[in-house]
Design a binder for this molecule. Structure first.
Ligand code: 9YT
Length: 170
């Protein structure tokens, strides 16, 4: 479905009240692991210095969640990147990632980490092209293998992408 994108897309930090809308967005992607609504409320409340929402005409059409590694503040673990089906192929995910890294909460970040399953083509493309465009090294290691997930969930491998060091490339 084509959507009128002439009206501006607003990028902003989430708040707890966005939890339900974020949950619906993630549910509708069909590719991401759907967490509880409560989890998305917590992200909006306690982790919103490192999360971002894309909003179009009052609807949440994009979300990126991330947190600084508790062990190392120069590592940003990007948890989920989601864009609504109606708004794909417009560079919204890359804008969210770029804008997020410019936030105050990400000033210490030199490495980005994310696990991305093979079927999540959009995020595979996003992270690799993000690194390539800025000539930032990237490595992919095992991450969380399929056999770590509960039986019958039929979960794919979650290879770990590490991108960095980022030095004045934003
Ligand atoms: C970058 C990204 O969206 N990773 C997804 C990780 C995992 N499969 C999840 O939480 O959906």
């Amino acid at each position: 479905m084509a959507v009128n994108t002439e009206t501006e897309i607003i990028y902003r930090k989430p708040i707890a009240q966005d939890g339900a809308g974020i949950w619906e967005l993630i549910r509708d992607t069909g590719t991401l692991d759907l967490n509880s609504p409560y989890c998305y409320m917590l992200l909006g409340d306690y982790f919103n210095d490192t999360c971002l929402i894309a909003e179009h005409e009052g609807a949440i059409i994009g979300f990126i969640s991330a947190f600084l590694s508790p062990r190392n503040q120069d590592r940003l673990f990007v948890w989920q990147v989601a864009v609504a089906g109606t708004h794909r192929r417009q560079g919204i995910a890359k804008t969210m990632l770029t804008n997020l890294l410019k936030q105050k909460g990400c000033q210490s970040v030199r490495f980005i980490e994310a696990t991305i399953s093979p079927s999540n083509m959009a995020s595979n493309r996003l992270f690799l092209s993000f690194a390539e465009e800025r000539s930032i090294p990237s490595i992919v290691t095992v991450g969380y293998s399929a056999d770590m997930f509960p039986d019958r969930t039929n979960h794919e491998d979650e290879p770990l992408f590490v991108i960095g060091p980022i030095i004045n490339q934003m």
